[in-house]
Write a protein that binds this ligand. Structure first.
Ligand SMILES: Cc1cc2nc3c(=O)[nH]c(=O)nc-3n(C[C@H](O)[C@H](O)[C@H](O)COP(=O)(O)OP(=O)(O)OC[C@H]3O[C@@H](n4cnc5c(N)ncnc54)[C@H](O)[C@@H]3O)c2cc1C
Length: 395
């Protein structure tokens, strides 16, 4: 690994840092204080920030110029995220559209689909969600049962998708559905683009253990989807879904700087008592925090190794699965240890009066599980590492 940045990279960093300093209102800094992204007002606040970045040419920088991006190099993308973290920039919107749907359409879309759908993704004029998982099929995605029946110029869709993030804010959804019930399971699928305002679509939010409702169950009842919205070939949708999931795993494969969490844990240990003295002075507490810091640094270098591999044009290695597994499990252990430090205070709910750090730790504890499930569960990641990286026999 070479840790030096080129002059061009430094100039890029300087330009983006200066833009952030001039354009990001100070009261928009994301200081770890949680705001409920599921409310319309918070969503629109985030869309406002998103638009500001977009209007200045700082959105989707990794996209090719022909699709409205900057054609940024891998190193520039890395620097871009470092600077957003440094500035504590608030989140943007349309994550699924930008990270998955847009790139999938670039690869598989017809010229008409590209012209119609792609330009409105980076601008967040149209928000996307993705309809893959179903009540009975998540890890075994190729078994999905939502039906799409060929009816001449359109498909008639019936079925239901679940855990659909952001569907309540979305205008469109991708949809993996079964269009041939007689073919082997991977060969009878089609990948559609569905207008969520179509008659027959019902979106029902699901309340999570944190009290938020970022997920939905989406029902399709005799929904007409034009053939023009079929991506790839009819009954060949699995290939398109694989592309979509490759982007999903790459994105989840790491940029998370876990040291942010470890530092905040250190701050917490200064505030609370352990064995009758400030927790930060206790040997056991210090040892645990130091161990978390070592793991976080190890993960940081794993992600840099992944970046080096990409910069050298080498095929993806095991780092993506290792990062997904490592960051989500470390996060879970950090939150559990925060509960131990807080003792009875851990029972306070988020934003409860007298809760330490406004109760953010108990919220994080409850939220930490979702990372271990989203984008392929950690058990599935263990299987991938065991079978494909270590060459162990199938379990
Ligand atoms: C935060 C979050 C966001 C999400 N967003 C979306 C979204 O926008 N769109 C969407 O379509 N879906 C979304 N999902 C759903 C997610 O993709 C599924 O939850 C996930 O793929 C697991 O599927 P499942 O819930 O059906 O569990 P199942 O597949 O039923 O698994 C149940 C348990 O069995 C284990 N298991 C299953 N198969 C194996 C195996 N072969 N070996 C070992 N263990 C196994 C799993 O690890 C798990 O512990 C989201 C989930 C989360 C948590």
């Amino acid at each position: 690994m070479d840790f030096k940045y080129s002059e061009e990279d430094e100039a890029f960093r300087h330009e983006f840092r200066a833009w952030l300093e001039a354009n990001m209102p100070r009261d928009w800094r994301d200081d770890g204080e949680l705001s409920d992204p599921d409310t319309k007002s918070e969503f629109e606040r985030r869309r406002g920030w998103h638009r500001k970045l977009y209007d200045a040419g700082w959105m989707c920088i990794h996209w090719p110029r022909e699709f409205g991006g900057r054609g940024a190099t891998l190193m520039q993308q890395f620097i871009y995220h470092q600077e957003l973290d440094r500035a504590k920039a608030p989140p943007v919107v349309n994550f699924q559209g930008i990270a998955r749907v847009g790139p999938t359409l670039m690869q598989w879309g017809t010229p008409e689909q590209k012209a119609r759908f792609i330009p409105k993704i980076p601008s967040a004029e149209e928000i996307w969600c993705q309809g893959l998982s179903e009540p009975n099929h998540g890890s075994d995605l190729a078994a999905v049962e939502t039906r799409a029946v060929d009816n001449g110029d359109h498909f008639v869709v019936n079925g239901s998708k679940v855990w659909t993030s952001n569907a309540h804010h979305a205008d469109f959804s991708t949809l993996l559905c079964r269009s041939d019930t007689t073919a082997p399971k991977h060969r009878g699928l089609s990948y559609l683009l569905v207008d969520l305002k179509s008659p027959g679509v019902t979106i029902r939010p699901l309340v999570q253990i944190t009290g938020e409702s970022g997920f939905n169950q989406v029902f399709f009842e005799d929904v007409a989807v034009p053939k023009a919205n079929l991506v790839g070939q009819q009954n060949q949708g699995w290939m398109v879904a694989i592309t979509n999931m490759m982007f999903e795993r790459t994105i989840h494969g790491g940029r998370t700087d876990m040291m942010v969490e470890v530092r905040q844990l250190g701050e917490l240990a200064k505030q609370v008592q352990y064995n009758g003295r400030p927790a930060i002075e206790d040997g056991y507490v210090r040892e645990r925090i130091a161990a978390f810091a070592c793991e976080a640094e190890g993960l940081k270098y794993t992600s840099l190794r992944q970046l080096t591999r990409q910069l050298r044009g080498l095929p993806p290695g095991p780092e993506g699965s290792v990062m997904k597994l490592g960051t989500t499990e470390l996060n879970l252990r950090i939150q559990k240890f925060a509960m131990e430090l807080l003792g009875p205070y851990s029972q306070f709910e988020y934003r409860a009066a007298k809760a330490i750090d406004r109760g953010k730790w108990s919220h994080r504890m409850l939220a930490a599980r979702r990372g271990t499930i989203a984008a392929g569960t950690n058990e599935i990641q263990h299987n991938i590492i065991g079978e494909r990286v270590l060459g162990l026999p199938k379990g």
